[in-house]
Design a protein. Sequence first.
Length: 67
Amino acid sequence: MMEKKHLALKKLMTAVEKELLHKPNRKTLDRLSLLVGFQDWDSFQEALQGEADGRTNYESHKQSEDE
């Protein structure tokens, strides 16, 4: 399941880059990341290179806010 999501995220990233034809600014990247369930661009990039997904990111972010 995680492998499927990982592949889908990579495809999404490739499609976004192809459509934009330029590197969007950080604010745009953060907003796009929110649409797919990540807190920010860095979290999205980590998921592309590792095993994290949006749910894990939200849970760890939520725990740190509660502390």
